[in-house]
Design a protein around this ligand. Structure first.
Ligand code: PLP
Length: 389
């Protein structure tokens, strides 16, 4: 074999079948081969297991899918290149022209854009309410046949809690699917509710390190089976190397999530007692208007703490600029603490009434609590709030 041939046909290394790596290898390959044409044909007819082309399936991404499904308490999962990719492909896979979606003012901006602008172009209609408006939800579902209810809990940024029991009951009675973007709550929460599909940005808590993007849709087997072909055709798959990094992140998911919740509660309590702060939004605080609902639905309240400064937007801007340990950028669930101001949150396309419902004020600031020592974070907040007020 000449060397230009050899570099394309390297010496194989076989790991004995009774000799296991503790960490599964990354199958960084697009193609898989069978021993014979007959086996290839049997695979393509669905008569034998195996892998063939990584856009359809890959062992590294498949292991992540099975793990995520188990964490969320469902049978199956599909992973994608980003969280919004999972949402886009799921909504495209579930809807057709003329269908109606019920969604909410408090929904993540790019998801609202997808429903209003992208699906709207294909004749998918929607109604947008406030997540607190259970009467409106009931009336809308009674008034028109609805394909799915798309919602989040806690909501971004002011951590409103969706009443999962009530919403899923109403959706089921109306023959609509319940689709929950569960990114803020995390993979270990809300599994006990009659949610048909869970969506996650794996970019956040799952990866945890802020260095890789991914998304997932999780649900019962027949729903995921129905989506699988469309996902293959839409093509927004997760790369095996990214899947490996996310799975590595998941090893410390519970430790990180719970440590961040402990710091988040301490910070929320500190802010609630601070004279410059008008109001704190954290579901773990007993003063949160829906604390009882949150405590009934969740084991952990998350790492997002928002608050409204008495000094409005000027105070929020000063506070954001003065913080040294909180990076001024989007996202959540990573090792570093982050801060976002109301002006960075978008929502400009909402009507005045919808903006009021979203409960974001000029002085709203959203913190994402990381893994730094909590005393350092509190000291940083203290000096920034001094400067802001
Ligand atoms: C970040 C986020 C997304 C989108 O995820 P990406 O991985 O950034 O594409 C969707 N929903 C929520 C609630 C998010 O916070």
């Amino acid at each position: 074999m000449k060397k230009p041939t050899r570099v394309n046909h390297p010496p194989p290394v076989q790991v004995p079948t009774d000799n296991h790596p503790l960490v599964a290898p990354i199958y960084q390959t697009v193609k898989f081969e069978f021993e014979s044409l007959e086996d290839t044909e049997r695979f393509l007819r669905g008569e034998r297991p195996g892998f063939f082309y990584s856009r359809a399936a890959n062992p590294t991404t498949r292991q992540l899918e099975l793990l995520l499904a188990e964490l969320q308490g469902r049978a199956d999962c599909l992973v994608t290149a980003s969280g919004i990719g999972a949402i886009a492909q799921t909504l495209l896979g579930l809807t057709k022209q003329g269908d109606h979606i019920l969604c909410f003012v408090e929904t993540y901006n790019p998801s609202r854009y997808l429903i209003r602008r992208v699906l709207g172009r294909f004749g998918v209609r929607h109604t947008m309410l406030s997540i607190e408006d259970l009467t409106g939800i009931e009336q809308t579902l009674a008034a028109q046949k609805t394909r799915l209810v798309f919602f989040e809990s806690p909501t971004n940024p002011v951590t409103k809690i969706a009443d999962l029991g009530a919403i899923t009951r109403l959706a089921r009675a109306a023959g609509a699917l319940s689709v929950l973007d569960n990114t803020f709550a995390g993979l270990h929460q809300h599994g006990g509710y009659e949610i048909d599909l869970y969506l996650h940005s794996l970019t956040k808590y799952a990866s945890g390190a802020g260095d890789v993007m991914g998304g997932a849709v999780i649900g019962r087997a027949e729903l995921i089976r129905a989506l699988r072909n469309d996902f293959g055709a839409l093509g927004g798959i997760l790369d095996p190397h990214a899947a490996f990094l996310i799975q590595r992140g998941l090893r410390t998911y519970f430790l990180r999530y719970r440590a961040q919740c402990v710091s988040a509660l301490r910070i929320a309590e500190y802010l609630a007692a601070h004279p410059a702060v008008e109001r704190v939004h954290y579901p773990g605080l007993t003063s949160h208007p829906q604390h009882a609902l949150a405590a009934a639905q969740m084991q952990d309240f998350g790492s997002i703490v928002s608050f409204d400064l008495r000094g409005g937007s000027a105070a929020a801007r000063r506070c954001a600029d003065r913080l040294e340990l909180f990076a001024l950028t989007a996202s959540l669930g990573s090792a570093e603490s982050l801060i976002v101001t109301a002006q960075m949150m978008g929502g400009r396309e909402l009507s005045a009434e919808q903006q009021r419902q979203s409960a974001i004020s000029e002085g709203t600031v959203r913190l994402s609590i990381g893994l730094e020592d909590c005393d350092d974070l509190l000291a940083d907040l203290a000096q920034a709030l001094d400067a802001a007020s």
